[in-house]
Design a protein. Structure first.
Length: 190
């Protein structure tokens, strides 16, 4: 980033993300007041570590280096790699060191045995973090408002008005659809 001073922002993407709607632009999601912009995943309380917008600044480079170095601080438990690490790292940056909830969250993280524990830890950290703008430099976009979303939520279909990018595009995830319309099914709960 330092050698690319002509770039104002950098968009980080997991390798399984792609543009589905070229009518949208990433500039729609920029916030000049934020140094780094993350987003909440739609289906749980997870801050997505696999895509973020980052301003090309000294602060952002320091933030990213610290996040990368978190690899050496991961617990011996089921830690979720970068997805688990980003929550602890955000808590370190945005919350006071004596925050009462964070030690409880970290205990869950340090003893996590699977996804249920990991998601509980992430929800715990998100509760502690509260609103979607942290410490003036970090912004977390609310569910359903980001530039990308997981494909499985709509069986790989996308909406021309809403969607820009899709995550989890893997050959094993792609589906073929017939030209027949999906039939309407009527049922009552009571």
């Amino acid at each position: 980033m330092k050698e690319s001073s002509h770039l104002d922002y950098i968009l980080f993407l997991d390798s399984d993300m792609g543009v589905v709607n070229p009518k949208r632009r990433i500039e729609e999601f920029l916030d000049e007041n934020a140094e780094v912009i993350f987003y909440d995943r739609f289906y749980n309380w997870e801050v997505m570590a696999g895509s973020y917008l980052i301003k090309n600044s000294n602060w952002s480079r320091t933030f990213l280096q610290g996040f990368a170095d978190y690899e050496f601080r991961l617990p011996k438990s089921f830690h979720g790699m970068d997805n688990g690490a980003i929550h602890a790292y955000l808590a370190e940056h945005a919350l006071p060191h004596n925050h009462e909830i964070v030690p409880i969250c970290m205990d869950i993280y340090n003893h996590s045995k699977g996804y249920d524990d990991l998601f509980l830890y992430e929800a715990c950290i998100r509760t502690a973090l509260g609103n979607s703008t942290l410490s003036g430099k970090i912004k977390i976009l609310p569910k359903g408002t980001a530039w990308v979303r997981d494909n499985w939520m709509t069986n790989s279909k996308w909406n021309e008005e809403r969607d820009f990018m899709i995550h989890n595009w893997k050959t094993t995830q792609l589906r073929t659809y017939s030209t027949l319309p999906i039939p309407y099914v009527f049922f009552t709960i009571f």
